[in-house]
Design a protein around this ligand. Sequence first.
Ligand code: ATP
Ligand code: MG
Length: 281
Amino acid sequence: MLRLSDISTYYGQIRALDLVNLVVEPGEIVAIIGANGAGKTTLLNTVCGILNARHGEVYLEGKPISDLSAEAIVRLGVSHVPERRQVFSTMSVIDNLLLGAYHRRDGAVRQDVEQMFEFFPILQKRQKQAAGTLSGGEQQMLAIARGMMSRPKLLMLDEPSVGLAPLMVREIMRIIADLRARGTTILLIEQNAKAALGVADRGYVLETGRIVLEGTAKELMADEGVQKAYLGKGNKVQLARCRADTDTYACIDDESIKSCVMCPARNGNGSVLTSGGALVL
Ligand SMILES: Nc1ncnc2c1ncn2[C@@H]1O[C@H](COP(=O)(O)OP(=O)(O)OP(=O)(O)O)[C@@H](O)[C@H]1O
Ligand SMILES: [Mg+2]
């Protein structure tokens, strides 16, 4: 379906991607995991034609697409759900969905809106509401549904779990699995390695613009380096506080806040049990 061959992308003199090679086969969910600044968004923007690679080629179904415009790439069946779920906040839910089909000339757009409402019942309930008034999770659903409105062969999602509570992250990952079951191939970019590798078939680890590791999701989850760097395993940490805005992450460390992980101090229904004290992840 998709192949990147020796892709290097620059911002001026800064090399953000360095000879990246990756493959997404039809029907797969492929995850790319990496920390802040690793080049994940740059990679997606290079595939969808927002950025031009300085070196290498992107192939879609065997055909080079690097020289095509972003719009032409959408027409070929690549849809991109950008990071931070950029919905058009003053527009209604339904108008956001219709925008996702702006380039389509076939008569089945309304039918697809109905299908998205079936798939995301909450969006049907909120269809007349301004998108900006939806909750974070609902906005993420709308962003995904809008991405699906172009009837993509390949759906690329940039950090769909960011800022969402664990239950909503699970729901979004379930939706991603369902979309694949309906025949959409998915490239999933995530910092939340646990969530991404939980749903993906295969994955790649991106570090400062380079693919440093690849394998099946199972292999990556079992990898010691991945466990330490991305799954937070084996590190003794201090649970400092949970983020007030989303209640999703625990910021952890001895004194200063070094990193954020999914709050481990939650009970089964997702509420925070405690903060403070040390724990081993
Ligand atoms: N417009 C830009 N101009 C200059 N440098 C940029 C620009 N956008 C990104 N970069 C740099 O390129 C590198 C990769 O950025 P990118 O946004 O792709 O990372 P990311 O993996 O998506 O990070 P995050 O998880 O924070 O979204 C970073 O070092 C970043 O500072
Ligand atoms: Mg990014």
